[in-house]
Design a protein around this ligand. Sequence first.
Ligand code: NAG
Ligand code: NAG
Length: 473
Amino acid sequence: MKVQACLTLFGSLALFTATNAVHIKRHHAQLEGEDWIQSIPHILAANPQALPEQWFDQKIDHFSHKTSVFKQRYFLNSTYFKPGGPVYLYSPGEGPARPVGGGQLRNLAQATNGLIVGLEHRYYGKSLPTAQSTFEGMKYLTVNQGLADFANFIKKFKHNGVNSKTKWALVGGSYAGGQASWGRQKYPELIHAALASSGPVQAQADFYEYDLTLTEAIPCSKDLHRVTKYIDGILDKGNKKEILSLKTTFGLQNITDNADFAFAYTDILAGLVQYYKPAAIDPFDAFCKPFKTAKSVQDKLKVWGAYISNQVTGPDSLHFYDYEGMNKNLAHDDTKGWYWQTCIELGYFQTAPRGSLPRVRSKHCDLKQQLKACEKIFGRKMTPNIKKFNREHKGWHVRTSRIFYADGEIDPWRKLSVNSPHAPKRQSKPSNPLAVIKKGSHCTDLGSDSPFDTQSLKDTRKAQVETFKKWML
Ligand SMILES: *[C@@H]1O[C@H](CO)[C@@H](O)[C@H](O)[C@H]1NC(C)=O
Ligand SMILES: *[C@@H]1O[C@H](CO)[C@@H](O)[C@H](O)[C@H]1NC(C)=O
């Protein structure tokens, strides 16, 4: 999600590329346990067969009687499994599946003798129901098809020690955290419990609260507001040369459309907040320090520009903003898949707050810019049907038991979770524990322990393990 959503780095992109900040890039490493993800190449070097891909014959269209199947990829980890133990079905959401066995999943499996299954989401990685990513080819990529994939998988999955009495829990972070909640709500007889980490369960088209969270979280956000107003002045009144020079300061001169540039220069920055982690040198302090020394707005602009251009290391870093390029490439691509989901159903468009609200983003970041991006990518006008989506999946009003909701206090996505300050007030209770991790960002609860973990993060991970012991054993 850009909901890198929970850190992303999509698909073919390198694991630790610092791009698509908010999107899928670093996301997966963070929420699947960085130590585990880093150990995978070593395990494979010693034994290329150690972490085999497995394949499930999945229905292409769950809502048609006449349908054929595609190969859906999954990974298994039975290290902690004892017959009679539960199954943790992990969704990597909008990116490729990888071998599972790290982070909080490991803790849950270990505490309950559980089996871990990582089931790739249709249309991502190698799980491709159609040949091409044309408008027509994308039509089986919907939230409901993805949830039905879980149900069908659970019904047909065969493994020694797993039977019809086995309890299944759905686990995911970011969009997949939403899936965990929607899936448990939709298939309660198959999915016994869920862990929804940073799940934006409420769909929303004009998601300007994301930007408000950047203002709340970044200590020097006032400097950013000033620079952005100055940039808007250049975009409004500057000549071609001035605008090109502005884009070049950010390393974004390849983005021709001005509104698309306006989106990119804050979107890349947003990773600072979405993936914030306490460290020996606090990332916010490091980011803000040069803004203090820079006095004029022009100098502050250069500081921001340098921060972004350092992350723009090649065409891959701009892939998320290359709408025409995605249109032309008819191979499946995780980034394009995620756009499809937002353009058709979920929205989640990160826009600039309007009126007197403070904004880190340029005023050119509006719904129009985002919907135009959808049109450029898929060649047709698209508008996500948010009302229908929230009516069906109940948004913030989900009332299903045995869902653990965890969010980071400064994660911009929290504003669409049940832990949002805008959601109807609810109390944490044993059947629906709620946790907001102090200074926590996107999906941090799913990651591995680190010496800089806050007490609040430690407490949340512990509460999850205790809760799943009660629910799954
Ligand atoms: C399962 O997870 C454990 C713990 O991280 C790891 O040591 C093991 O290599 C994993 N096995 C597979 C098949 O992924
Ligand atoms: C920008 O475009 C030039 C010319 O096509 C290309 O060489 C360069 O790699 C591009 N840079 C990025 C960051 O996309």
